[in-house]
Design a protein around this ligand. Structure first.
Ligand SMILES: [Zn+2]
Length: 347
């Protein structure tokens, strides 16, 4: 589950000199925003944007959350739940179904029933292979844990949809067309978890498709040509967030959670939303609905229950760059990382 891409990490570690030195800027949320949250696994939507989603609702906006996988590839957790070393495909499928049910409860808690949740049911641990090796419908990916090559969950948005990159990109673009978001929260492509970085790239590609479909229609405050793109971070090397590796969950609710000191600046803004105590409480309660994850990594979840949510703001330039790299998908991420390194040089 926490397998990391060694080549990516080696580049990221080299950025340790590019520290975030600027003071925290506030993240502004307008009235009547339409927020679309893309999450790789059930729980990431709360970890990365649980406070932002609450604030959008409080200010008269709407929120839709899209969770790409069922979290059915968390081998150590399934071993623990099943109580044997070699769980069957049925154990993994049951675990995925449980996590999807937990997601329904968590999102209901987060938005008091006002958030729409779409579950896609793609393979946990399989988003990067979708990006690199299984783009075509004729060559679907087969999940290492559940053994299936199409969405097996009846409560998913599109059951039986094939596991391939084209289908995932199409589903994300479909969400964008439906919501016409003014605000998009997505995993940062530099997150050290391969599913997170891959979904970030898929989301940027879908955004590019959607924006070009729209053409240059009239821009209004309620239909801006360009939504604000906020990327959130969940996995980073080292002891981030503090408390994540503690023996038991720590109470850090009154403590801000800044981005890591060595987070690449990419010449972008990195604003933070200050959460009100009630918003922190609700975020904690929503995470409490993920019982399987509380048992598997309670201290990690608790480390995100903090008084701030900090994000990076990407631009049209990031989206166009990803698109230009599309024909060479294997190289897209390394090129993106290279560009980010240039942009993060001291200036
Ligand atoms: Zn995740």
């Amino acid at each position: 589950m926490l397998q990391r891409s060694a080549w990516l990490l080696s580049i990221l570690f080299a950025w340790s000199a590019c520290a975030l030195a600027e003071p925290l800027a506030p993240l502004s949320i307008g009235s009547a925003e339409r927020l679309l949250v893309f999450a790789p696994h059930p729980d990431d939507e709360v970890l990365g944007a649980g406070g932002i989603a609450q604030r959008v609702l409080a200010q008269g906006g709407s929120v839709r959350i899209v969770i790409a996988t069922a979290g059915d590839g968390f081998v150590e957790a399934v071993q623990r739940e099943a109580r044997y070393a070699r769980p069957s495909v049925h154990d993994y499928l049951r675990y995925g179904a449980t996590r999807l049910t937990e997601a329904r409860h968590a999102v209901r808690m987060l938005g008091n029933g006002r958030v729409q949740l779409d579950l896609l049911g793609f393979p946990d641990g399989g988003l990067q292979p979708l990006l690199h090796a299984h783009w075509q419908r004729e060559r679907p990916e087969r999940s290492n844990t559940t053994g299936v090559s199409a969405v097996p969950y009846g409560e998913a948005e599109f059951p039986n949809r094939g596991y391939n990159g084209a289908e995932l990109a199409a589903e994300l673009a479909h969400e964008l067309r439906q919501i016409r978001p003014t605000l998009v929260a997505l995993p940062d492509p530099l997150d050290s978890h391969p599913d997170h970085s891959a979904l970030g790239l898929f989301a940027l590609m879908a955004l590019r498709d959607w924006l070009h479909e729209r053409g240059h229609g009239e821009e209004t405050p309620n239909a801006p040509r360009w939504p604000r793109l906020l990327t959130y971070l969940v996995h980073w090397p080292g002891n981030w967030p503090t408390g994540a590796n503690a023996a038991k969950p720590l109470d850090l609710r009154a403590t801000p959670l800044p981005l890591p000191a060595d987070w690449p600046r990419r010449n972008r803004q990195h604003p933070c939303l200050s959460l009100q105590p009630r918003e922190v409480e609700i975020k904690q309660a929503a995470l409490g609905q993920y019982q399987t994850q509380q048992r598997a990594m309670g201290p990690f979840l608790a480390a995100f229950v903090r008084s701030t949510e900090c994000v990076s703001v990407l631009t049209e330039r990031d989206v166009e760059f990803i698109w230009e790299g599309l024909p060479r998908r294997r190289a897209v991420l390394s090129q993106y990382v290279g560009n980010a390194a240039d942009a993060s040089a001291p200036h």
